[in-house]
Design a binder for this molecule. Sequence first.
Ligand code: 5GP
Length: 178
Amino acid sequence: MQTIKIKDLSFKPFIAEDELQGLIKNVAQKINNDYNGKTPLFIGILNGSFMFMGDLMKSIDLECLVSFVKLASYEGTETTGKVNKLIGLNESLEGQDVIIVEDIVDTGNTLEKLHQIIQEKKPNSVKIATLLFKPDPYKKNFKIDYIAKEIPNAFVVGYGLDYDGFGRNLPSIYVLNQ
Ligand code: 5GP
């Protein structure tokens, strides 16, 4: 792996594909244990969570449901804090055990909004699984149940995460060269 360029910015290798896959298998194992005998509904947040969800699901051995929703909240390299409407949630959540699947939790604004909307739909339980978590900028109190990896407060791309729409297809994660 070497330094890459996306538009005007340069990024260096940060989390290799092998490491990512191992981290995701660990999360899947915990979920398999915690939800033994249950039928959870996994809700992925588009666009960023599509790769994580794909690989996570390959190691989930529960009978389960998978769905995706969309929230637009981020532009460029800074979290705006603005969160738009939730699009695409058609199924009833009443009585469901819901697991929200996120690519990355930064300030927690996106997650908080989503959590509120989902709680209003009266699920039996709601847990959160995220590939990456930045403890420094995180401003909320609610618990993040499954974290594949904690990272420093830096801008990352790849494996679903973009810079200005690009870089989502990279199989590993890169960090901005400062
Ligand atoms: P939050 O609302 O927690 O501040 O931000 C969550 C969303 O911001 C993520 O779902 C992601 O789309 C975006 N985001 C936060 N940090 C990064 C980052 O380092 N890289 C990229 N590409 N997106 C990020």
